[in-house]
Design a binder for this molecule. Structure first.
Ligand SMILES: [Zn+2]
Length: 439
């Protein structure tokens, strides 16, 4: 089989050392990185192989979005912008979602996946409760990596809870490790405030039986923690720990309102956190103690949450926000670095989702990589010397020109290769007509 040689780029490997490989070349074979070298490839290396010229680009691992809901992508900007999370869920999200048809969620899945690929995301987590098989098909066809989570709300009779759990287990049986391992599945109770303890226990038992990892929203806002304390006499994270939730591999979204004791527990149990700063700010939920998490060695990755609360799926924006807010709130610029932020958005995210060979440009790792153009005025001067700083504080999602997953091009020169962008947009327009008639 022919090899692919990516040459003339500045390679940000995010492997063992921070310094980029300048003017190097990377060899890709069968979807895997076969090596990364300094200098020009020899004529023998080039001969008979596919050559990709990365002149004027930074080459880095594809970005990883560890929390979102693609099915609700058409609710971007819907309702009022300035609502707290509970009111926003009850007055905007849940009533609209009641009307969703398969056509509407499919158009939303494609819109979100297209937006993510265009902004350099190669792996994402999708928690949703409708038509997850269609989301799986789209992940399979579009070539992106995706973690499917059938989100479960347990505010219903027990037989309905069981149906939801069985549906989530079927999703695992049908999709886990499909598409050459690009697709993974986790079990996903929506949150402790929507899943009573008996239902949580049912889910934990099922996860334990099939060795499935867990994902949930947790401690997103102060009110939710206070209500839980009144109802059960304990904090939600503390409660989940008692139920055995963290005895299994778990990724929690938000973790804004966690006590010192809960953070210690997360470190001990190796709980991973998806930090969603933009969504947390927009819904007025607060700011997670990421420096406190990092100090304890907790794995922190980045998520956008859905376009309904962000309102974009742009991980460049998320990286900049994540790097800046903790400097400001702690009045200490040393608490975050550009390097740590990039690691959060790549390898740490991939590991949190259970992918062991993604997030670095290194021999033996999956060839998931993106090109970021550094010729714009906003990324000058010295793109070779100031790579990490420019990538986190100056680059924009629109600077992403090419996106590869397992060596396959999903976008070339800003043009989607596996999705028909015009068709995706036409389907969104048709779905919006349908939605307006239904609501
Ligand atoms: Zn969410």
């Amino acid at each position: 089989m022919s090899r692919t040689i990516v040459k003339n780029g500045i390679f940000v490997t995010l492997a063992s050392k921070e310094e980029p490989v300048l003017n190097g070349y990377m060899v890709v074979e069968n979807g895997t990185i076969d090596g990364l070298y300094e200098g020009e490839p020899s004529p023998e290396t080039v001969n008979g192989n596919t050559i990709i010229d990365a002149q004027g680009k930074w080459v880095l691992p594809g970005l990883v979005n560890t929390h979102g809901h693609t099915g609700s992508a058409l609710l971007r900007g819907a309702g009022e912008d300035d609502l707290p999370v509970q009111k926003w869920l009850e007055s905007v999200m849940w009533p609209a979602e009641q009307t969703f048809t398969p056509g509407i969620t499919r158009a939303a899945n494609a819109l979100a996946i297209g937006e993510m690929i265009k902004s350099g995301t190669t792996t994402f987590l999708d928690m949703y409760h409708l038509n997850m098989d269609a989301a799986g098909e789209l992940i399979k066809d579009s070539g992106i990596n995706g973690v499917l989570c059938r989100g479960m709300i347990g505010l219903c009779p027990e037989h309905e809870q069981r149906e939801k759990l069985n549906e989530a287990t079927d999703l695992y049986r049908n999709w886990h490790n499909e598409a050459d391992g690009r697709i993974r599945v986790m079990l996903s109770p929506h949150a402790p405030y929507t899943c009573p303890p008996s239902f949580m226990e049912m889910i934990i038992d099922r996860a334990s039986e099939h060795e499935i990892s867990l994902h949930t929203h947790l401690a997103e806002n102060r009110g939710e923690v206070e209500t839980h304390k009144q109802q059960y006499g304990k904090r939600p994270a503390e409660h989940l720990a008692e139920l055995g939730f963290f005895d299994l591999p778990a990724l929690i979204a938000h973790g804004v309102h966690l006590s010192e004791k809960e953070l210690d527990l997360f470190a001990e149990k190796k709980v991973c956190v998806s930090h969603n700063p933009v969504s947390n700010l927009k819904l007025g939920s607060g700011i997670a103690d990421v420096p406190g998490m990092r100090k304890r060695g907790i794995s922190v990755s980045l998520g956008t949450d859905s376009t309904a609360s962000n309102n974009s799926l742009d991980l460049f924006e998320e990286m900049k926000m994540a790097a800046l807010i903790h400097k400001g709130t702690s009045e200490d610029p040393t608490v975050t670095s550009a390097y740590d932020t990039l690691k959060s958005a790549t390898a740490q995210g991939a590991r949190s989702l259970g992918y062991s060979r993604k997030g670095r440009l290194e021999k033996g790792w999956d060839a998931d990589f993106i090109f970021v153009d550094h010729s714009g005025m906003h990324t000058l001067p010295d793109p070779a010397d100031r790579v990490l700083s420019h990538l986190v504080y100056a680059s924009k999602a629109s600077d992403v020109t090419d996106v590869y997953v397992s060596g396959r091009a999903l976008m070339k020169n800003r043009e989607l290769q596996t999705l028909d962008e015009e068709q995706v947009i036409a389907n969104v327009r048709a779905a919006m007509e349908e939605l307006k008639n239904l609501m």
